[in-house]
Design a protein. Structure first.
Length: 251
């Protein structure tokens, strides 16, 4: 039974709809919650796949949050082993950083629902293709990654060109949140720190507008997300294919 390692950063950002999907497929999940275990040193060699979730911190915080450097080394090791990696939001930024790409603040955060547009490569991608040429996805981020030069650019939005990429055959970075369901969106909208971020964002929509859009878009996104995640999970357990990365230090 393939085992999947999951890096979680805050209680408010769990696996969401990915959790029951992974379990239905018979995979075992090992969580490392760095909010509870900031000194954790997981041995990633024991796992067939890695999922790195989102969080309110960013790559530049790694000196104040040493676990981020631990995560960067773990991601690098999984890439060396050729095992599947999925980075979501912060996780995608960490993956991009490992691959040598910068992570920067964007001019205006993306919070709520935004049309995602696949690139030509994204429409053909074995994992991301179920999203189609364009579809609404849920976002909550104030930083973004640059697409690594060694990766394939898969998707963009009107306000943020860098939304998804693939490295090799089995590593994916998604800036957006396909794992959301209605209760999780409500949880974020009720969390004081997240509410404050939305209020300070300068965006033209508020929590009421996000709730209204959620009623329209959540069910279609969940159907597409299940297809995307199932295709990613199909990669778990494939024969290893190794990639040679430049030696890097994450301090």
């Amino acid at each position: 039974m393939p085992r999947i390692l999951v890096f979680q950063h805050v209680a408010a950002e769990p696996l969401g709809t990915l959790d029951p999907l992974i379990r239905r497929r018979g995979h075992r999940i090992r969580f490392v919650n760095f909010e509870r275990e900031p000194q954790a040193q997981p041995n990633v060699d024991r796992y067939r796949g890695l999922i790195v979730l989102g969080g309110p911190m960013n790559v530049a915080d790694r000196h104040a949050r040493p676990h981020l450097s631990v995560e960067l080394r773990a991601i690098e090791r999984m890439l060396e082993l050729g095992r599947p990696v999925l980075g979501i939001c912060l996780g995608a930024q960490l993956l991009a950083h490992v691959l040598g790409a910068p992570v920067r603040r964007i001019a205006r955060p993306e919070i709520g629902w935004y049309p995602l547009h696949a690139t030509d490569a994204g429409r053909r991608d074995p994992v991301l293709a179920p999203l189609g040429a364009a579809s609404p996805v849920f976002q909550w981020h104030g930083c973004h990654f640059e697409v690594p030069s060694s990766a394939v650019h898969l998707a963009r939005t009107a306000d943020c060109e860098q939304q998804a990429f693939r490295y090799g055959e089995t590593a994916y970075g998604f800036q957006f949140h396909l794992e959301m369901d209605l209760p999780l969106i409500e949880r974020w909208l009720a969390t004081p720190a997240y509410r404050a971020e939305l209020a300070a964002s300068g965006l033209p929509h508020d929590d009421a507008a996000i709730r209204a859009a959620t009623q329209r878009y959540i069910a279609p996104m969940q159907r597409q997300a299940d297809a995307v995640f199932n295709r990613f999970l199909d990669l778990v357990g494939r024969p290893d294919r190794r990639y040679v990365l430049p030696s890097r230090e994450f301090g």
